[in-house]
Design a binder for this molecule. Structure first.
Ligand code: RIB
Length: 314
C-alpha cells in the first residue's frame, strides 16, 4: 500500500478504571472497568485512518493475548499494520484511572515497545510516506533514527514528545520538522533545553505569556514548526513565518480526555495530507478530531470517523 501517513510507535493494551475521584495513597475505592486498544502511536494511527486517509502503523507486541487481540482490531478497522512480534517480551500495557470530571492518570509498562528497532521499519514504507509521526513511548534511539530516515526520504517528520522524558536533549530534535507537545511537555522541554535561564518554567505560566514570547520560546527549540496543544483552548501554532492561536471547539460534552492528544496528532497528520501541508488548516482540523474524541470513553475506540468529523466541521 502507498499510504501517505506512517505512524511509528507504541501499542499498549489499555486497562481503564472509571472512578468518582482518584484514590488517595492507602485508599481503596470502587469503580467500573473496561479494556481496549491503546498506546499513543496506535491511537494516533487509528485517529488518522478513521479520517479516511491511508495510514500504516508500525510497532511491536508480544506473542500473547493482547498482541493477538490487536491484530483482530486492526483488521476490523481496515488499518494497515506492520507489527514485530516477540516470543519472550509482553505486549505493552497501561493502567488508566479516569475520574468523573474526565481527567486521567496513567501508568505504562512499555514491554515490547522498547525492544523495537529502527531496522524494523521497512525502507519502502518510509519512502512512500508524506508524513511520518513518532512519540516517546518506544526506544528514543529508534525514534531519532526513524525521524532521520523519514526526513531523508522526503517525508515531513513529526515528533509528539509524549510522555516527556527528563533527560531530553536538543540533539533529539535535529531531524524533526514539526513538534507537537502539550503544555506539560512543552514546559519540561523548555526547562531541559534552557536549564541555565528557564529552570523554573512551569506549564501554568504558558497562558500568561504574550503570544510573541511564546513564539520565541517555540522557535528556541530550533524545530521549524511547533504546535503547542492547549486542551480545550485549542492550539498555538509557531512557524518560521509567524504564529497563530487556533481556538478550541465550543459546546463539547467531556466524557473522557484520555487519548485527546493522540486524536489531535492523528487528525493533524490527516489534515496535512488533505490540505496539501497547510499547517493552520491541518491544526484546525486536528482541533475538531480531538474535540470529538473526548465525547466518548476510551482511547482508540473514541477516535471519530470521517462522516462525524465532516458533519461537525460543517
Ligand atoms: O495517550 C493515551 C495513551 O497513553 C493510552 O492509550 C495509554 O496506552 C498511554 O500510552
Amino acid at each position: 500500500m502507498n499510504n501517505p501517513i506512517v505512524i511509528v510507535g507504541s501499542y499498549n493494551q489499555d486497562l481503564a478504571w472509571n472512578c468518582t475521584n482518584f484514590p488517595q495513597p492507602g485508599e481503596t475505592i470502587f469503580g467500573s472497568f473496561a479494556t481496549g486498544p491503546g498506546g499513543k502511536g496506535s491511537n494516533q494511527a487509528v485517529a488518522a485512518a478513521r479520517t479516511g486517509v491511508g495510514t500504516t502503523f508500525v510497532g511491536a507486541v508480544g506473542k500473547d493475548v493482547f498482541g493477538e487481540a490487536v491484530k483482530v482490531f486492526y483488521e476490523n478497522e481496515g488499518l494497515e499494520y506492520q507489527l514485530i512480534e516477540y516470543d519472550d517480551i509482553p505486549t505493552g500495557n497501561a493502567g488508566i484511572f479516569v475520574s468523573s470530571s474526565g481527567e486521567n492518570e496513567i501508568i505504562v509498562a512499555l514491554g515490547a515497545n522498547l525492544a523495537f528497532k529502527s531496522e524494523d521499519v521497512r525502507e519502502e514504507t518510509l519512502s512512500r510516506a508524506e508524513i511520518v509521526v513518532c512519540q516517546n513511548e518506544i526506544d528514543l534511539g529508534t525514534t531519532c533514527d526513524v525521524l532521520r530516515r523519514a526526513r531523508a526520504s522526503g517525508a515531513v517528520s513529526v515528533l509528539n514528545p509524549a510522555p516527556m522524558i527528563s533527560d531530553f536533549r536538543s540533539d533529539y530534535l535535529k531531524d524533526v520538522d514539526i513538534l507537537i507537545p502539550n503544555e506539560t511537555e512543552f514546559a519540561e522541554l523548555i526547562k531541559a533545553l534552557h536549564s541555565d535561564t528557564m529552570a523554573g518554567f512551569e506549564s501554568s505560566e504558558i497562558h500568561d505569556l504574550p503570544e510573541d514570547r511564546l513564539h520565541e520560546l517555540c522557535q528556541s527549540t530550533a524545530v521549524p514548526t511547533v504546535i503547542l496543544t492547549l486542551g480545550s483552548k485549542g492550539c498555538f501554532v509557531s512557524t518560521q513565518d509567524g504564529y497563530k492561536t487556533i481556538p478550541g471547539c465550543s459546546g463539547i460534552e467531556v466524557v473522557d480526555t484520555t487519548g485527546a492528544g493522540d486524536a489531535f496528532v492523528g487528525g493533524f497528520a490527516s489534515g496535512m495530507v488533505q490540505f496539501n501541508k497547510e499547517i493552520y488548516k491541518a491544526a484546525s482540523y486536528a482541533n475538531a478530531v480531538a474535540a470529538l474524541s473526548v465525547t466518548k470513553p476510551g482511547t482508540a475506540p473514541s477516535m471519530p470517523h470521517k462522516e462525524k468529523i465532516d458533519k461537525f466541521i460543517n
